[in-house]
Structure formats: C-alpha cells, structure tokens
Design a protein around this ligand. Structure first.
Ligand code: UDP
Length: 331
C-alpha cells in the first residue's frame, strides 16, 4: 500500500514525502512540475501528471495500490487569485473534485489536505481556534474553504474521511538541508529577506508600520515546515485508526512581527541589509496567530522547532547551499 502525494514536488509536499519515507511508508509523488521541482522528489516514486486530467489520476490509481492521499497541489499566490480567480477555482477546487472522484472509484477514502489560516479571513478573536467562523477575504482562501466544505458533504454522503490542516505561515527548511523553499516568483517574507541578506535583492520592504501591534508591523505565526510534515503523518495515522473528518490549525501559537523576523535574519546570517518601510499590502490582517490545541490533543502533535531563530537558521542553511550553488556564488 502506498501514500499518494499530490504536489509532492513542492515545498511542503516534499518535506511530507521525506517524513513519510522516514516513517516507513511507500510514497508516490504526483506533480505537474509547474511550480514543483523534480529534484525535490528524493524519496519514493515519481509520476508527472496533472489533476486537471482525469486519465492521469486514473493511471496512478491503476498502477499503485493507494491507501490514502496527501493533497498539497494548489496555486497559492493570494494576489494572483484576486486578478485570476478562474485559474484558482479550476485548479484548487475542480481539480480536487477530479481527485476525489477517482479516489471514490477506487475505494480510497482517506485524504490529508493542505488548508490554510486564510480560510478565516479577518480574525474575530485571537488566538484563532478551528471553531471561529470562516470568512475568507480572497479567492485563494475561498478555494481552500470550498474544498473543506466539499469534504464535509462527501464525508456525510460517501464515507470520505479527511483531515484538513490549516497552516499558519509555513517557514524554514529540512534541518538536514536536503530540501527547502524554492518558489518562483518568491513572495514570502523569510526567503525574500534571505535574498536580501545574500545581496541578491537591494532591500526588503516592510508592508505597513502603522498596524495596531507592538511595533506597528504585521504579526504572523511562523511554523517550521518539518513540524508541518510531522503533523501530516499524525493526521494520516489518525485516519488510519478510524478518525473521522476533522479540521486542525497548525501553528506555533506565538506571533512574530515583521521587524522581529528582520532582527532574527540579521542575527542568524550575520549580515545587514537595507530595510524599506512601505505601505500596507492590501488584504493583510494585522495579526494572525492560531491555537493548535486541537492538533496537540487529538494528534499528539508538538512543534519541535518553534524558535524563530531555528526556523531562520534552517532556511538560511538551505538557501546558501541551494541558491549559492545555482548562481555560482558563495553567499
Ligand atoms: N511581508 C513584508 N514584506 C514582504 C513580504 C511580506 O512585510 O516583502 C509581510 C506581510 O505583510 C505579512 C508577513 O510579512 O505580514 C508574511 O507575509 P508572507 O507573504 O510571507 O505570508 P502571508 O502571511 O501572506 O501568508
């Protein structure tokens, strides 16, 4: 029996693939390589295919004995989802329906899904718990919310069992340096800052300094990608043990401001870089911090790498190794 990892060549999927393989699971990575990297698939089998093509998915289920699915494959650029919602609804929702249809046809009823704190929208209170009303403020968040709703309906009607994991800000890299974050285009705070520290970007822009927070910059809950990968294995075991459809926040339960991340990057890299204070980015809530109490209680999950310095250190080690080599530079 194998675990199918849709989007397993991407950032979080590749870390889940490593964790699953380490835990003794046979894995099959299915990825269209639009954003994923073939070289990030270092464990298990690889099948190039697209969830928009039902024949591609069918072929995988015919070839392998798929016990359960982990589904990371999605477009995840919030800004682009606003200007090109059709692309997001098709890729993130319709293609997930294609996957669920094939799973049903093959009697596969377990799925662990990449959801997001973006399904909540502007938080009504902090820390965010899973029971907080979900009211996403952009199409990206809505696509993930829609899939969660589909899970509820399919669970009631067809016996699907899904664990939807609502990540806060995924960050860091494999502590052993084998895989890491490599988005093109890159929009995330920590990798952009590491680029600035490496001299590959002229500066880092702070989007907003007038938020009602301790230093005026946005506060986020950064969670190490290896801790996310561990939660996926625990969620899979939960489903294997008969667990019903459930929704879990995954965060460190502590907030770090953009200015505090800058301090951490300066400390860890030992490099200074230019910081430009700019206007707010539209759609950014002031503070997003989650309660992970449910994941701790039900899944027995406990983040191992909660310190922002450790998160930045692992990201920097990967960044130097990966991007330094690529550019022929020694950063
Ligand atoms: N941010 C920033 N400058 C950047 C990129 C991001 O100040 O160049 C801020 C952004 O406003 C947010 C935080 O950093 O408060 C994390 O943003 P990111 O895009 O990494 O993740 P998001 O919170 O949007 O999922």
């Amino acid at each position: 029996m194998a675990i199918l990892i849709c989007g397993g060549a991407g950032y979080i999927g590749s870390h889940a693939n490593k964790a699953l393989s380490r835990a003794g699971y046979e894995t099959v990575v299915f990825d269209n390589l639009i954003y994923g990297h073939r070289e990030a698939v270092k464990w298990g089998s690889f099948v190039k295919g697209d969830l928009n093509d039902p024949e591609d998915i069918e072929a995988v289920f015919e070839r392998y004995n798929i016990e359960a699915v982990m589904h990371f494959a999605a477009f995840a650029y919030v800004g682009e989802s606003v200007t090109e919602p059709e692309k997001y609804y098709y890729n993130n929702v319709v293609n997930t329906l294609n996957l669920l249809r094939t799973m049903r046809a093959h009697g596969c009823n377990k799925i662990v899904f990449s959801s997001t704190c973006a399904t909540y929208g502007e938080p009504a209170y902090l820390p965010i718990t899973e029971d907080m009303p979900q009211d996403p403020i952009n199409p990206y968040g809505f696509t993930k919310f829609a899939v969660e709703r589909i899970f509820k309906d399919y669970s009631a009607a067809y016996g699907l069992r899904a664990a939807a994991l609502r990540y806060f800000n995924a960050a860091g890299a494999d502590p052993e340096g084998e895989i890491g974050e490599d988005h093109d285009p890159e929009t995330h705070l920590i990798p952009l800052m590491l680029d600035a520290a490496a001299g590959k970007r002229p500066d880092i822009k702070v989007f907003g300094t007038d938020y009602p927070t301790r230093d005026g910059s946005c506060i986020r809950d950064y969670i190490h990608v290896t801790d996310l990968a561990d939660a996926h294995i625990r969620a899979l075991r939960y489903l294997e043990n008969g667990g019903r459809t459930a929704f879990f926040n995954l965060g460190n339960e502590k907030g770090t401001s953009v200015l505090e991340v800058i301090d951490a990057v300066r400390r860890v890299t030992g490099k200074d870089f230019k910081v430009t204070l700019t206007d707010r980015r539209p759609g950014d809530p002031a503070v997003l911090v989650g309660s992970s109490e449910r994941a701790k209680r039900v899944l027995g999950w406990e983040p191992m790498y909660g310190d922002i310095n450790t998160i930045v250190e692992h990201a920097w080690n990967w960044h130097k190794r990966h991007f330094g080599k690529e550019d022929g530079e020694n950063v």
